[in-house]
Design a protein around this ligand. Structure first.
Ligand SMILES: Cc1cc2nc3c(=O)[nH]c(=O)nc-3n(C[C@H](O)[C@H](O)[C@H](O)COP(=O)(O)O)c2cc1C
Length: 257
């Protein structure tokens, strides 16, 4: 086993450890101080264009054996030109961030994925190219309402998102861009939050892999994106909200990689 004294590697390893829980229990945080809980989702701007999504329970999608879906899950980097339907996008959004219950007097939510302390620190942005009759452009998912919010219409923002993913969009019908709003977790977990947020992100993407597989689509987890470019493309500040994970999604050809 190689031993390291490289401070950067040691810093990374320290991030992965969970050795400060006693310190957290004994310490203070905004929740203990009585600071009101942060918003469960980013506010909806006045006059925003909202798009209804088909209700997840009525979709009838994903009625396939779990063992089969897990067995077939693969990273796909080639997509067909076929669009996704709005129902399929609704299904993918519900499986990755879908709301089940508002709990703790409105301070937290239960969703289709787990999250440390039920803090759910993510926002979902979508670079939509071909989904039903939606105008191509940048959208944000509203899990509390199960609706889409149009952020910016047009092909130009899709080109910026493609550049932001280091051109890993590869003809996908839609690109998921997940941001973290760290304070949602920090409000309760303070210095423990970074690891919790990173762990939480994995759950979203795994559900996307499985849900995409179940509807004959494919995805590929992307961490090798360009932080500054993608944050600028979707219009987030890079400090209090920034991209943590991306995933293009498209229908796949049976033999496609
Ligand atoms: C955290 C994470 C980051 C990844 N980032 C990229 C990426 O930026 N580009 C890419 O082509 N694949 C990326 N992948 C996909 C992996 O290369 C892929 O999961 C791996 O090769 C195994 O293939 P499989 O998913 O088909 O089992 C990433 C996967 C994970 C879990």
């Amino acid at each position: 086993m190689a031993n390291t004294t490289d401070p950067e590697l040691l810093l990374g390893r320290a991030f992965l450890k969970s050795d400060r829980w006693n310190e957290w229990r004994a310490g203070d945080n905004d929740q203990k101080k009585g600071v009101p809980a942060p918003f469960l989702e980013k506010p909806i701007p006045v006059g925003a264009v909202l798009i209804d999504l088909p209700a997840p329970a009525a979709l009838g999608l994903g009625q396939v054996a779990l063992i089969d879906v897990i067995n077939r899950r693969r990273s796909h980097r080639k997509y067909s030109e076929e669009p996704l339907s709005l129902a399929e996008l609704s299904f993918l959004l519900w499986t990755t961030q879908g709301l089940q219950e508002v709990i703790k007097g409105g301070e937290a939510t239960r969703r289709t994925v787990p999250s440390g302390g039920a803090r759910h620190p993510f926002e979902t942005y979508l670079g939509i190219d071909r989904v039903g009759t939606l105008v191509p452009g940048l959208y944000r998912y509203l899990p509390l309402e199960h609706k889409l919010l149009l952020v910016e219409a047009g092909a130009e923002v899709l080109a910026r998102i493609d550049a932001g993913t280091n051109h890993q969009k590869r003809g996908a019908a839609v690109v998921f861009v997940w941001t973290a709003v760290p304070y949602r977790t920090e409000w309760r977990y303070g210095f423990l939050s970074a690891k919790l947020i990173a762990l939480d992100a994995g759950h979203l993407c795994q559900n996307l892999y499985l849900a995409a597989t179940a509807i004959g689509a494919g995805t590929c987890a992307l961490d090798a994106y360009d932080q500054l470019k993608i944050d600028a493309a979707i219009g987030v500040d890079g400090t209090d909200e920034f991209t943590v994970y991306c995933a293009p999604v498209g229908k796949i050809l049976a033999a496609a990689e």
